[in-house]
Ligand binder design. Structure first.
Ligand SMILES: [Zn+2]
Ligand SMILES: [Zn+2]
Length: 436
């Protein structure tokens, strides 16, 4: 009888706490949506985020966080110590993209920015990082309001420059783990175009890919278009290289290891009747395993050189292959213990219909750097669906018919993303910081 009473009490307590959290988030939404629309209308490019942290810092200070700005150039770190226990870092990225917004939203961005080389460009929150920033504040508010229910240290990381793969690296290099408490756990979320609004996706193990940018300068010997015998045509050679590169993925690596080699840019020549002396290729190379990354990068250099030799290019005009190490993003591996524990928590709270295991994606995310090669830190990145329900249903869930992340038409159901993400993040935080 006594046992039965205890079970009944527990069963009653759980939904009450969940309902309280949900209604507290709902009550906060009018203010949060105003912040979201403001952030959406005034996006900033990677490593140039100035207004965004300045908007958040006063609120975080008011909540009682110790706030440090300009970490790794433009990142912001807010710390709250709340008794003994583990350190949890919650990370939200805040940068936007050089894209001209075409959503037609009343608060669409009309902002212009400058690329690192000074070229003017329109700027848009086309990856939804404005939902991440809004949830950052919303989650901080909830965890402060529920301070009596957890014990430990909370580090809220508003990260710069995710899109260029620079931010996490810059913040770590600027003492993220030495000037501030080093986390035992890291959580981050990303809005998702491949899920309907309000549905959570999580992938234990590899979740996002390793990304490399590679430049190839294919050099030839230029001359008159009517006298090819006196030239070494770099356009024909670069074309052969592009075709030969396709065999790296199809013929040289294990078919069970995911990989992509895409030539995204091919630039050469100025005029119909001139054979230029150079063609330029830009590649994106994506993998999960470090050994597959090495196989592909070595293969690209070998194929470029091999094709140049076959074309009779002089030794001093061999192709120059540059791997842009400063732009490298490592693969993100959701540590299995934390990922499975969080997945079970979400399933229990949101139900199986709102929680799904997603297959890994070939997109990049630099959040994995925070726990890469460091077994003392466990980390998990989860996804929160943003495609408006009506659009999802109209497309029958066929995501090829819907705008993706980085599309000028990406207009998520921000309210659903922010409420779901805040609820999920708060629950995940309470779970790892629960009082023992
Ligand atoms: Zn992005
Ligand atoms: Zn993103």
């Amino acid at each position: 009888m006594k046992t039965l009473l205890l079970i009944t009490a527990a069963a009653l307590a759980a939904p009450t706490q969940a309902a309280t959290l949900e209604s507290a988030i709902r009550a906060d939404m009018p203010q949060l949506m105003a912040l979201y629309r403001d952030l959406h209308a005034s996006p900033e490019l990677s490593m140039q985020e100035v207004r965004t942290p300045a908007k958040l810092a006063p609120d975080m200070r008011k909540l009682g966080f110790q706030v440090t700005e300009h970490v790794g150039k433009t990142g912001m770190v807010a710390v709250m110590k709340n008794g003994p226990g583990p350190v949890l870092m919650i990370r939200a990225d805040m940068d936007a993209l050089p894209i001209k917004e075409q959503t037609g939203l009343p608060f669409a961005s009309k902002m212009m920015g400058k690329l690192p080389d000074g070229t003017p460009t329109p700027v848009m929150h086309a990856c939804g990082h404005d939902t991440h920033v809004t949830s950052y504040l919303a989650t901080a508010r909830r965890l402060v309001a529920m301070k009596d229910q957890w014990s430990g240290t909370l580090v809220m990381n508003l990260q710069s420059g995710e899109e260029t793969g620079e931010g996490a690296r810059a913040m770590l290099a600027d003492g993220l783990y030495t000037r501030f408490p080093k986390p035992n756990y890291v959580f981050a979320f990303h809005d998702a175009a491949i899920l309907p609004a309000g549905v959570i996706g999580l992938t234990p193990g590899y979740t996002t890919a390793s990304v490399d940018n590679v430049d190839i300068s294919v050099r030839g010997v230029g001359g008159h278009g009517a006298v090819p015998q006196a030239t070494k045509d770099p356009i024909v050679l670069a074309s052969r290289i592009v075709v030969a590169l396709q065999t790296l993925v199809s013929r040289e690596k294990n078919p069970l290891d995911p990989a992509v080699v895409t030539v995204g840019s091919f630039q050469a020549g100025t005029k119909h009747n001139v054979i230029p002396d150079e063609a330029k290729l830009q590649l994106t190379v994506r993998t999960y395993k470090p050994e597959v990354r090495k196989l592909l990068l070595d293969g690209i250099a070998r194929i470029a050189r091999g094709e140049a030799i076959a074309a009779g290019v002089p030794d001093d005009r061999m192709p120059v292959v540059t791997i842009r190490e400063e732009q490298h993003t490592p693969a993100t591996f959701n540590t299995e213990q934390l990922a499975n524990r969080t997945l079970a928590l979400f399933k229990e709270h949101f139900g199986a219909e709102r929680t799904t295991i997603l297959p890994p994606a070939m997109v990049g995310e630099d959040v994995g750097r925070y726990w890469l090669d460091d077994p003392s830190v466990q980390g998990t990145l989860f996804w929160v669906g943003g495609t408006p329900k009506a659009k999802w249903d109209a497309a029958n869930g066929d995501t090829t018919k819907l705008p993706s992340l980085h599309s000028p038409f990406w207009a998520p159901d921000a309210e659903a993303v922010i409420t779901t993400a805040t609820e999920a993040m708060t629950l995940a935080a309470l779970d790892v910081l629960k009082k023992s």
